[in-house]
Design a protein around this ligand. Structure first.
Ligand SMILES: NC(=O)c1ccc[n+]([C@@H]2O[C@H](COP(=O)([O-])OP(=O)(O)OC[C@H]3O[C@@H](n4cnc5c(N)ncnc54)[C@H](O)[C@@H]3O)[C@@H](O)[C@H]2O)c1
Length: 304
């Protein structure tokens, strides 16, 4: 066992499978006491069972660690609050929360139903809010703590998962808001965009050029939860981890501005905008065009 997180208490949502499981095991192996939350659902969010979270607690205990299970649904306020309450009642403090829980309901935008939109946004975005909300109230009092959200490269947009993409974009903005709002209390907030072999990534209909294991993601999360990351003042960041690669995303900023005197009219803008402000080409649209071309040629599309 390492000691990167010695003495810390960490809660992980979606910790029953895939990346969340690796994060829970990795945090415990580095000395953290862990709240293992998992609603135990299928990939589309159906058929909950408490056995999934309990199984990971047993795995952690078998490896000599300490953990407690919470099988609640984090898309409810009560579920998010319970994750935090169990940390406090079991271990007396809460140093980090990692919101990994997620589901998929894939559908093109023009066919998507409310039943496909709402639970996906509720699990990812609201499920991050409910835990951040409850945890940040505790961390503000402690004047210390770390919040970690899970986003995806798909926050840039998605052909067939607009619900998931919108939720993942929202998580980045929520993380940045947490970084800003809790800065003066010594609390940090960051987001991780993983690419790792799990049941969720097995559904991606293309070959991923860069992919790794859940344990790669866990190593980055453990670092972000540690005092070493705090010493480096890491907050408000989005990191991709994909096998051997770790990348930091740019902060959103205006790319190009131009000014004209007088009030704008549509005609004036039509004359002015294309040659001065212009556009910023969308990388995923260029990739989509390449894939459409490859599909026409009969070769298998390859995501960058
Ligand atoms: N695997 C990848 O390559 C990849 C890529 C981009 C983003 N992500 C993100 O990483 C996270 C983990 O993905 P994964 O691949 O390990 O998925 P996974 O399906 O293996 O695990 C997700 C876990 O979340 C749990 N869960 C679902 N709804 C819940 C709820 N309401 N409350 C509590 N738990 C709930 C599930 O029971 C499951 O055990 C997700 O947020 C996903 O969007 C994964």
């Amino acid at each position: 066992m390492g000691n990167f997180l010695a003495g810390k208490v960490v809660a992980v949502t979606g910790a029953g499978r895939g990346i969340g499981r690796a994060v829970a095991l990795g945090a415990a192996a580095e000395g953290a006491r862990v709240v293992v939350n998992d609603y135990g659902v299928s990939i589309d969010g159906a058929s909950p069972t408490s056995e999934i979270a309990e199984g990971i607690v047993k795995e952690i205990e078998a490896a000599g660690g300490e953990a407690v299970a919470v099988a609640d649904d984090v898309s409810t306020m009560a579920g998010g609050q319970r994750v935090v309450d169990v940390a406090l009642s079991s271990y007396g403090r809460l140093d980090g929360v990692v919101c990994v829980a997620g589901i998929l309901r894939e559908r093109m935008l023009f066919n998507m139903s409310e039943e496909e939109w709402d639970p996906v946004v509720a699990t990812h975005l609201k499920g991050t809010f409910t835990v951040f909300r409850a945890a940040s109230a505790v961390m503000r009092q402690q004047r210390a703590g770390t919040l970690i959200g899970f986003t995806s490269g798909n926050h840039q947009g998605s052909v067939s998962q607009p619900n998931y993409s919108a939720a993942k974009g929202g998580i980045i903005s929520l993380v940045r808001s947490a970084a800003l709002g809790l800065h003066k209390y010594g609390v940090t907030a960051n987001a991780v965009a993983p690419v790792a072999r799990t049941r969720m990534s097995a559904n991606v209909p293309m070959e991923l050029a860069e992919i790794g294991e859940p344990e790669d993601v866990a190593a980055l999360v453990v670092y972000l939860l540690s005092d070493r990351a705090k010493e480096e003042r890491i907050t408000g960041q989005v990191y991709t981890v994909a096998g051997p690669k770790i990348a930091v995303w740019a902060q959103p900023r205006e790319l190009r501005a131009a000014y004209a005197s007088g009030g704008w009219t549509p005609e004036g803008i039509a004359e002015f905008l294309p040659g001065s402000v212009g556009v910023d080409p969308m990388p995923m649209l260029l990739q989509l065009e390449r894939m459409e071309e490859a599909a026409r040629d009969g070769s298998r599309p390859n995501a960058q």
